[in-house]
Design a protein around this ligand. Structure first.
Ligand SMILES: NC(=O)c1ccc[n+]([C@@H]2O[C@H](COP(=O)([O-])OP(=O)(O)OC[C@H]3O[C@@H](n4cnc5c(N)ncnc54)[C@H](O)[C@@H]3O)[C@@H](O)[C@H]2O)c1
Length: 384
C-alpha cells in the first residue's frame, strides 16, 4: 500500500467512524417523538407524508369524529397507528408526546385544552384558539404543566422570510414606512366551518400575512379594520347551500413601532388562476417599503419563490433566495417534533401565534364598532 492509498483508506475509515459515532450520538441524544393526529381531513394529506419523512417521528394515533376518515388515512399512508373517534378515547387509548390539532377551526381551543390537561404537547393548526383570552389560558396552562404548545403557520421558517428579516435588520431598506400583504382564493368547498361563526377568511388566510408582517416588522400596537360578507351563500360539497356567517372579505391596518404601518387584505372571493394550491403564482404577495429600498416576496408567503430587492436608483432589482432549501408550508409539526426530540428551540414561537390571534379578534371588533383597537400582546422579536 503506498502512502496516498494509505491516507485515502484511513480518511475513509475515519469518516466511517465519525459517521457511525454521529449516528449513535443522534440515537442516544434524540428521542423518537410519538405523534397523535386529531382531524383526518384535507390538510392531514399534507401533514402525514411530511411527518413520515422524519426518522424522529412515529405517528401512533389517528382520530376523527368521522371514524372512517381516521381508518382511511391509516390505510392510505400505511401509518400503522391506532384509530379513534373522540379525543377522550385518543387520550386514553394510546401513549404519545405531541398532538396535532387539524380539525375545524372552531374546535381547536377546546381540543388543545384537553390535550394539555392530559400532559400532551400540542401543535395546533391556525387558529390556536377562538379568542385571545382562550389562547392565553392555553399558553399559561402549558407553562404551568411544563409542556409546550405551538401554532401554525410556519411562514417564519422559510429561507425567504429569513432573508427579508435579515435585510430589514441590516438597515439596507433605510427607515421602514409601509408594508402590504395579500392572500385569497375563491374559498374552500369541502367543509362549511370556514363560513360559520369564528371561521372566516382572517383565521384561514389572513393569518399567514399577519404572521409574516408582524414577524418582519415587529409586534403591532393597534388595529383598524373593515370586514364584510360578499357572498351570502356558498355551495359545500355533500352539504348543499349554506349561509355565510363570518367575514369572507377583510382589510386590516396594523400600527407597528416607529410609525410603521402595514396593510393586509384577504378573502374567499379572490380570483386566482392558480387556485387554492397557488403553487405556480409568480407575482408578489408581500411588499415592504423603506426610504432606501424595497422588497417584494414572489409567490405567497407560505409558498415563497424568491425575494426581489431594489436598493439602487440605477441598477435593476436583484432576485434573491430562489432555492426553497427544503422548506414546505406543512413542515411546522415536523419541525416541532424535531425540536422536542433534540431540545433545540424552533423559530416558531407560541407568543407570535397568540399575537396574531389577538389581531384577528381586534380586527373584528374594529370593523364592528368602527374604532381603533389597542393590542396587549408582544412576542420575542426580531425572530431571525
Ligand atoms: N386544507 C388545507 O389545505 C389547509 C391548509 C392549511 C391549514 N389548514 C387548516 O387545517 C384545519 C383543518 O382544515 P381542513 O381543510 O383539513 O378541514 P377538513 O374539514 O377537511 O378536516 C377537518 C376534520 O376534522 C374532523 N373533526 C372535526 N371536529 C372534530 C373533533 N372534535 N374531533 C375529531 N375530529 C374532528 C372532521 O370530521 C374533519 O375530518 C383548519 O384549521 C384549516 O384552517 C387547512
Amino acid at each position: 500500500m503506498n502512502r496516498a492509498t494509505f491516507l485515502q483508506n484511513t480518511a475513509l475509515a475515519g469518516a466511517a467512524v465519525l459517521l457511525s459515532s454521529l449516528e449513535s450520538f443522534a440515537k442516544e441524544h434524540s428521542k423518537i417523538i410519538k405523534v397523535a393526529i386529531i382531524g383526518c381531513g384535507s390538510v392531514s394529506n399534507r401533514y402525514i407524508p411530511h411527518l413520515q419523512t422524519s426518522s424522529l417521528v412515529k405517528i401512533v394515533g389517528l382520530c376523527d369524529i368521522i371514524h372512517e376518515r381516521a381508518l382511511g388515512q391509516n390505510k392510505q399512508y400505511n401509518v400503522g397507528a391506532l384509530t379513534f373517534s373522540s379525543i377522550e378515547d385518543l387520550l386514553k387509548g394510546v401513549d404519545f408526546d405531541l398532538m396535532l390539532t387539524l380539525t375545524d377551526m372552531q374546535m381547536h381551543g377546546a381540543l388543545n385544552r384537553k390535550a394539555l390537561m392530559a400532559g400532551k404537547n400540542v401543535w395546533s393548526e391556525k387558529p390556536l384558539a377562538n379568542t385571545y383570552e382562550e389562547g392565553k389560558q392555553l399558553v399559561d396552562l402549558a407553562k404551568a404543566k411544563n409542556i409546550r404548545i405551538w401554532g401554525a403557520p410556519a411562514v417564519v421558517t422559510s429561507p425567504q422570510f429569513e432573508f427579508m428579516s435579515k435585510t430589514i435588520q441590516s438597515g439596507k431598506l433605510g427607515k421602514l414606512a409601509s408594508a402590504h400583504g395579500q392572500y385569497g382564493h375563491t374559498g374552500p368547498t369541502w367543509s362549511s366551518f370556514f363560513y360559520e361563526p369564528l371561521g372566516g377568511s382572517m383565521p384561514d388566510l389572513g393569518v399567514y400575512n399577519m404572521a409574516t408582517l408582524t414577524g418582519l416588522l415587529g409586534p403591532a400596537k393597534s388595529v383598524m379594520a373593515m370586514t364584510s360578507i360578499v357572498n351570502k351563500n356558498r355551495e359545500i360539497d355533500n352539504k348543499g347551500i349554506v349561509e355565510v356567517k363570518e367575514e369572507d372579505n377583510a382589510h386590516i391596518l396594523l400600527e407597528h413601532e416607529n410609525g410603521i404601518i402595514s396593510h393586509i387584505m384577504c378573502g374567499f372571493n379572490y380570483f386566482d388562476p392558480f387556485g387554492h394550491e397557488a403553487k405556480n403564482q409568480t407575482l408578489h404577495s408581500i411588499q415592504i417599503f423603506g426610504d432606501k429600498g424595497n422588497m417584494r416576496l414572489i409567490g405567497y408567503d407560505w409558498e415563497p419563490k424568491s425575494v426581489v430587492l431594489d436598493t439602487s436608483w440605477t441598477n435593476p432589482p436583484e432576485t434573491h433566495v430562489t432555492d426553497d432549501q427544503g422548506y414546505q408550508w406543512q413542515e411546522g409539526a415536523t419541525k416541532i417534533a424535531t425540536s422536542l426530540s433534540t431540545n433545540i428551540e424552533p423559530k416558531i414561537h407560541v407568543l407570535h401565534s397568540l399575537h396574531v390571534l389577538e389581531i384577528i379578534e381586534a380586527a373584528r371588533k374594529s370593523s364592528k364598532e368602527g374604532i381603533k383597537v389597542p393590542l396587549r400582546s408582544v412576542f420575542p422579536w426580531p425572530m431571525v
